[in-house]
Design a protein around this ligand. Structure first.
Ligand code: SAH
Length: 522
């Protein structure tokens, strides 16, 4: 059958694409229909025709899928944030479990039987709403030149006005409206991307869900914010009690019960570059602290949040990375700790350590931890976090993992029993993987926010002598197609149950040079 653009077709959705879109087939011709849910029968308008597949826009749901639910957000189709908000949460989890599995098979080259034997059940959230502790809202104008803030419409830089995102903290709405009213009253212009003029680019809000501390940071295209004392006055006068906001805080994510949230830090970040990067390098505090504090509990078992074995406190600066879903982060880190299998005698490296979150979790059960991170401010936070928690067996280095690790290994002969990596979406650099293989830790724990690059890197580690033993998804991002995943690899042919044996193995391996070329891969 030949299709043309703008044809209207009726199609049953049988599958889900990587970006959450529905996939249906007409006489074998695959159609990708954004916003259609697996099991729907829909009417769709064809928007793009390729040889073997095409794209279509959802026009009408004729027969809704049993997995279709009423979306909470009126903007979910326009906004780029929640691709699968109309899909029942249980089905979202199944989709994510399959996504990890398929990537391990297709990209990692692992056989399905192996993957099925090592994959554990994904850990979902009890309440997949209002879970995010951080958001960066672009500020701009609508078509009638009204000042607005909200989210970019999918794949564009058009702003949709929405101060009430269903994934963000409830308090964001009041903060955003207060900033907009301050801007209107003081004639402060929003930044215009097209001309590079105007001042306020983004509003960053970060909330410590356990501590209740909130940070507000305005990203500005200039050195100074006019009438800044007005902004401070307005923000510090906000009351966040549930009744003042007309909200029943029964909606807080499970395990997090902090009423009495309050703003403790107000700052500006200077970004005068004409690019897509949100934050500039320089931040100035206008009022309060330069950071917020928060804490994450250490769980005895990831399958129950009742047995808490400890807690780690964190200080978080505007530019530092911090996991966005604190309710699930305690499970993610507790799982990483379990996979690390520490007994107290181990030397552990935590690569891509951010503010030292995982490092400090590990330090409580290890002999020595070394963290490596590229953002200097994050390393400052990490050092301070170690001090605040009374942890003396963690050391931190600023730099690229792929440079610091080879350097420390080659020059100083540092070794590792366990290496933990938690890289950004692009995964680990080749040089970093090469060095890990040369160092021969007993175990590697790979924490990943992109199962495609995870699978690519696991293949390298598996070819280099490691066996993938355990894999488990942890859903940090309900409503979206993203999923976090933790993986345990064990070096083949050594008794990994012997703790602290790196020192012994080092005698055998420290003379070994790290190849500068890719010859470790053959
Ligand atoms: N483990 C931390 C941070 C994970 S996010 C946590 O859970 O909080 C990934 C981190 O890697 C970010 O802090 C980012 O700044 C850092 N990063 C990115 N590229 C890097 C590189 N090449 N070497 C070291 N760190 C890097």
């Amino acid at each position: 059958m030949e299709f043309q653009k703008n044809d209207i077709v009726t199609v049953e959705i049988e599958d889900i694409g990587n970006d959450g879109e529905g996939i249906g087939r007409i006489d074998g011709y695959a159609l990708f229909v954004k916003d259609a849910v697996i099991g729907d029968i829909v009417e769709a308008r064809i928007t793009k025709v390729k040889k073997n597949y095409g794209y279509a826009r959802l026009e009408k749901v004729i027969t809704p899928s049993s997995f279709r639910v009423e979306p909470r957000c009126a903007f979910h189709r326009q906004c780029g944030g929640c691709q699968i908000q109309a899909m029942a949460y249980e089905r979202q989890l199944e989709f994510k479990q399959d996504k990890i599995r398929n990537n391990l098979i297709r990209i990692g080259g692992f056989v399905p039987e192996h993957v099925d034997a090592v994959m554990e059940q994904i850990i979902g959230m009890e309440n997949p709403w209002h879970y995010r502790n951080k958001a960066q809202f672009p500020v701009g104008y609508d078509k009638s030149n009204n000042l607005i803030t909200g989210f970019y419409a999918g794949r564009t830089h058009d702003i949709i006005h929405n101060t009430d995102c269903a994934l963000g903290a409830h308090e964001n709405k009041q903060i955003l409206e207060t900033v907009l009213s301050y801007m209107r009253e003081n004639s402060i212009p929003a930044y215009r991307e097209t001309s590079g003029e105007g001042l306020v680019r983004h509003i960053l809000i970060r909330t410590g869900f356990a501590s209740g501390e909130i940070m507000v940071c305005l990203v500005i295209n200039g050195k100074k914010l006019p009438a800044q004392e007005e902004l401070v006055r307005k923000l510090t006068e906000i009351s966040f009690s549930g009744s003042a906001m007309g909200i029943d805080f029964g909606e807080r994510p499970t395990g997090i019960d902090s009423d009495g949230r309050r703003i403790v830090s107000i700052s500006v970040n200077i970004n005068t570059e004409r690019n897509n990067v949100i934050m500039g390098k320089e931040t100035r505090t206008l009022w309060g602290k330069d950071y917020i504090e928060d804490s994450i509990r250490i769980l005895e078992s990831v399958d129950s949040s009742t047995n808490v074995t400890g807690e780690v406190k964190f200080r978080i600066s505007p530019l530092s990375f911090y996991q966005v879903n604190p309710g699930q982060t305690e499970r993610l880190y507790s799982l990483a700790l379990e996979y690390a299998g520490l007994t107290g005698n181990e030397t552990v490296w935590d690569l891509y350590c951010g503010i030292g979150t995982i490092s400090l979790f590990l330090a409580k059960s290890a002999k020595q931890v070394y963290g490596v991170e590229i953002v200097p401010q994050a390393i400052e936070d990490a050092k301070e976090n170690a001090r605040v928690n009374g942890i003396t067996n963690a050391e931190f280095y600023v730099g690229k993992a792929e440079e610091v690790l080879p350097d420390k290994y080659k020059k100083e002969g540092l070794y590792a029993d366990v290496i933990v990596v938690d890289p950004p979406r692009k995964g680990c650099d080749d040089k970093c993987l090469e060095t890990i293989l040369a160092m021969q830790p007993a175990r590697i724990v790979y924490v990943s926010c992109d199962s495609a690059t995870l699978a690519r890197d696991l293949k390298v580690l598996a070819d280099g002598g490691y066996e993938v033993k355990r894999v488990r998804g942890v859903d940090q991002f309900g409503g979206t197609v993203h999923v976090e995943c933790v993986c345990q690899l064990v070096r083949k042919g050594i008794d990994s149950s012997i703790a602290g044996n790196a020192e012994k193995r080092r005698i055998n391996y420290r003379e070994e040079e790290i190849p500068d070329c890719g010859c470790i891969y053959g």
